[in-house]
Ligand binder design. Structure first.
Ligand code: HEC
Length: 140
């Protein structure tokens, strides 16, 4: 039996809807995972409230923020010099920094600078989810 154009069109549309629904579902799942990751691995040192400095600087609206921008926090030389050189925490920078802050700063600055965040987060998925979560807070 020959399937009419209309039927195949319908099938294609339904398939598209299912696929896009799935990917939206995945993004929400990533945000939820990212929130959990953040609470477990970042929140002890980083508040998300503006100006609320802890062991680490506040990460209020950190995606797209200039490095070293929490005025209450005493940053390492690494962050200070990187900020002078124009470091902005976009998605890529955050993902690379979390993997190995010291290495990231040394590479960005181009010399052996100091660093105060000693935690390293190896899993790419973990880091991506954290950034998805942080980004989602800024869309509100
Ligand atoms: C044990 C405490 C601690 C934990 C846990 C921690 N950090 Fe940090 N973080 C710091 C400190 C301290 C600094 C300041 C770094 C410096 O001055 O070199 C920092 C700096 C940063 C910065 C730069 C902020 C700015 O204003 O320039 C980002 C971004 C960041 N951390 C993200 C994270 C994320 C995301 C996590 C969780 C995956 C995390 N940190 C976990 C202590 C921590």
């Amino acid at each position: 039996m020959r399937v009419s154009h209309f039927t195949s069109y319908l099938v294609a549309m339904v398939a598209l809807l299912v696929i896009s629904g799935l990917s939206v579902g995945t993004v929400y799942a990533d945000i939820a995972k990212g929130q959990k990751n953040y609470k477990q691995k970042c929140a002890t040192c980083h508040s998300l409230e503006k100006g609320k400095t802890g062991l680490g600087p506040s990460l209020y609206r950190v995606v797209g923020r200039k490095a070293g921008a929490d005025a209450n926090f005493k940053y390492s030389k690494g962050i200070k010099v990187a900020a002078e050189k124009g470091l902005v925490w976009d998605r890529e920078a955050l993902i690379a920094y979390m993997k190995n802050p010291r290495k990231f700063l040394r590479k960005f600055v181009g010399s052996k600078v100091s660093n105060k965040m000693t935690n390293k987060f190896k899993k790419l998925e973990f880091r991506e989810n954290v950034v998805d979560y942080l980004e989602s807070l800024q869309k509100k």
